[in-house]
Design a protein around this ligand. Structure first.
Ligand SMILES: C[S@@+](CC[C@H](N)C(=O)[O-])C[C@H]1O[C@@H](n2cnc3c(N)ncnc32)[C@H](O)[C@@H]1O
Length: 194
């Protein structure tokens, strides 16, 4: 789904509950920040710039409107996919992604990259839509998913991103379910062995 179409589609949800979660979550970003799947920049108004050292944006398609903005901190744009990030291990204090991993082709590889580039003492801030825990919906959602993917440019409604975060080497420290269980918001950190 193109970003303007996505924004129009998400408007009612954005108005009622997403905006509130962005407002709570994004101001916690600090230090060297990586935002994956920047889209139309829905999170940008919520950064507390005085605690952000730099902002690195990764998205296969970065709109001109995002590139042309003036930012209060150094920014860089990387038009590429999260599965192969060109950054050394432990590069970022904060990694942010919101409503992204539903459409990443190899979401586990992408989340492993997030776990690799975040510092051991860093944080991952996320909002995602997921397969809800109510199992009676699973059959319907699996049945609809192939058609949904086709009309939404690869968005999946059956992703278990909460479980995938853990499988990728991240520990979920805080997580809230909302939107009847279809959405999650929270904070994770890298699991440090030993
Ligand atoms: C639904 S939009 C969400 C945009 C924004 N984060 C928000 O919260 O409104 C999904 C974004 O993820 C990006 N995206 C899709 N696949 C990606 C990938 N493999 N790596 C990085 N970003 C990706 C899309 O280009 C799009 O901008």
């Amino acid at each position: 789904m193109s970003v303007p179409v996505f924004d129009a589609f998400m408007y009612p949800l954005e108005a009622v509950s997403l905006r509130r979660r962005r407002r709570r979550l994004i101001p916690r970003a600090s230090g060297r920040v990586l935002e994956v799947g920047i889209g139309s920049g829905a999170n940008l108004p919520y950064y507390r710039w005085e605690q952000v050292e730099s902002l690195t944006m990764v998205d296969p398609t970065i709109p001109l409107g995002i590139r042309d903005q003036v930012y209060p901190v150094p920014v860089s744009f990387h038009p590429l996919s999260v599965e192969e990030l060109p950054f050394p291990e432990a590069s970022f204090d904060t990694v942010v992604f919101t409503l992204v991993f539903c459409s990443v082709p190899d979401n586990r590889a992408g989340l492993r990259e997030v776990a690799r580039v975040v510092k051991p003492a860093g944080q991952v801030l996320f909002i995602e839509h997921v397969l809800p825990p109510a199992t009676r919906l699973h059959g319907v959602m699996h049945a609809i998913n192939p058609y949904w993917r086709r009309v939404s440019s690869g968005c999946n409604i059956i992703r278990k991103t909460d479980e995938e975060l853990t499988a990728a080497g991240l520990r979920i420290g805080e997580m809230e379910r909302f939107g009847n269980g279809f959405l999650i918001a929270g904070r994770a950190s890298r699991i440090v062995p030993g």
